[in-house]
Design a protein around this ligand. Structure first.
Ligand SMILES: [Zn+2]
Length: 182
């Protein structure tokens, strides 16, 4: 892919047909739902392995530590690409952290448990503020979408983040492509 990539390993070094981790779906979800850092609808790299690429834009995604192109799942699904073990470990650690947070948040509804140490996790305080906020964001985003104001809708969906429903996520990626922000 040009001189700038001379020092980089080949994608074929990462092909492993025997790599079938149990958490594959979770990994793919993580890769495709982390924040977009930069996007363009103008340039895209064709698939490096076969002429089977259906993406029409190019995005970099990040979780704040790792950075990847958003066609990475394509290679995992279609070409047996194996993620570096350290990346997988990192994702699974994060994944289990968010699960722990979820469980903790839910269990705060139980009267039997002691109060959490900080106000941040005080479920009673959090719930009334957060919920209506999200609901009105949802409403606004959908309204903007129906008005074909994709840029506005995109930015609002972005605020909803990982609390988007699958349908909202589809609208979000539609808006991402048609926002004209890039
Ligand atoms: Zn391909």
């Amino acid at each position: 892919m040009g001189d700038a990539y001379k020092g980089c390993p080949s994608i074929y070094d990462f092909i492993d047909v025997n790599w079938k981790p149990e958490e594959k779906n979770a990994l793919l979800e993580y890769l495709s739902q982390s924040a977009s850092l930069a996007c363009t609808s103008k340039i895209m790299f064709p698939c490096l392995i076969a002429d089977d690429d259906d993406s029409d834009s190019l995005c970099e995604r990040t979780d704040g530590i790792w950075l990847w192109l958003d066609d990475l799942p394509h290679y995992i699904i279609h070409h047996d690409l194996r993620l570096p073990d350290s990346f997988v470990k990192h994702i699974l650690e994060r994944g289990s952290l968010s699960k722990i947070h979820e469980i903790t948040t839910h269990s705060f509804q139980s009267e039997k448990l002691e109060r959490p140490p900080t106000d941040l996790f005080n479920h009673e305080n959090l719930q009334p503020q957060l919920k209506p906020g999200i609901d009105s964001l949802r409403h606004e985003a959908e309204e903007a979408f129906r008005d074909m104001n994709y840029a506005k809708s995109y930015l609002i969906y972005k605020q909803i983040g990982n609390q988007m429903t699958p349908a909202e996520r589809r609208r979000y990626s539609y808006c991402e492509k048609h926002s004209g922000l890039i």
